[in-house]
Design a protein around this ligand. Structure first.
Ligand code: ADP
Ligand code: NI
Length: 216
């Protein structure tokens, strides 16, 4: 019988190989951080840590940005879990978590299990605070967006089509996403972690606009 820690190690290798040269915001170190945070939350929330760790490791493998389609991505995860001969009841739980987390289109279905809620929280926590700020500027740079442009319309004033095709800026992303994330968290532990990170982003924005406006 294959031990859980061996399954984790082999899965870590599999994900590392897939994502080590990724630069779309889903690089290996994002996975590494989400995994550590998820395990920490999982401990405090008494979750099944094997499911938490496996789902955290695999949570971005099915992302639509890295696959031909969402289905192809889910198949990739499924094939891997079959390949390592994970018990069906356990792989079903992991697949269910990954499907709900990676599903981006339309209304996000609610995550059902505690383990899924934890991985989703850990993923969202990695998008806020100091790391979240760094990821946002890296992403905006890769996309060719400016750090800020006061002449661009506030994106929420645009129609859905204009919004999709329109340009954004790194600073705009704080208002369209980052500052909203802490109120979407599931677990109490994650909500507590988010307080400092959220405040830090507000302080950052205050300072940013002071400097932008020439206040010395
Ligand atoms: P995730 O599901 O892990 O949040 P995303 O693909 O939505 O993945 O985003 C990856 C990273 O890039 C996140 O830190 C996110 O906040 C940031 N990001 C996403 N869209 C933009 C954007 N338009 N401008 C700047 N940063 C962005
Ligand atoms: Ni992620």
């Amino acid at each position: 019988m294959v031990e859980n820690h061996q399954i984790i190690r082999r899965t870590e290798e599999f994900v590392h190989n897939l994502l080590k040269s990724e630069n779309s915001g889903h690089d290996w170190w994002h996975i590494h951080r989400v995994r550590l945070t998820a395990i920490e939350i999982g401990r405090l929330e008494n979750a099944d840590l094997f499911i938490v760790e496996m789902s955290a490791l695999l949570h971005d493998v099915a992302d639509e940005k890295l696959n031909e389609s969402e289905e192809a991505g889910i198949k990739k995860v499924n094939d891997w879990l079959d390949h390592i001969l994970l018990e069906r009841t356990i792989s079903d739980k992991i697949i269910d978590i990954i499907c709900t987390i990676s599903y981006k289109g339309g209304n996000q279905p609610p995550v059902k299990t505690l383990e899924g809620k934890i991985v989703q929280d850990a993923d969202r926590l990695d998008a806020i605070g100091a790391i979240g700020i760094a990821r946002t500027f890296a992403y905006a740079g890769a996309k060719g967006d400016l750090i800020y442009d006061p002449e661009l319309p506030y994106r929420h004033e645009l129609s859905k089509e204009e919004y999709r095709s329109g340009q954004s800026t790194a600073i705009n992303h704080f208002y369209e996403k980052l500052l909203k994330l802490s109120s979407t968290l599931n677990t109490l532990t994650a909500k507590q972690i988010a307080v400092t990170r959220h405040e830090f982003m507000n302080q950052y924005l205050d300072q940013f606009f002071k400097e932008w406006n020439g206040q010395l």
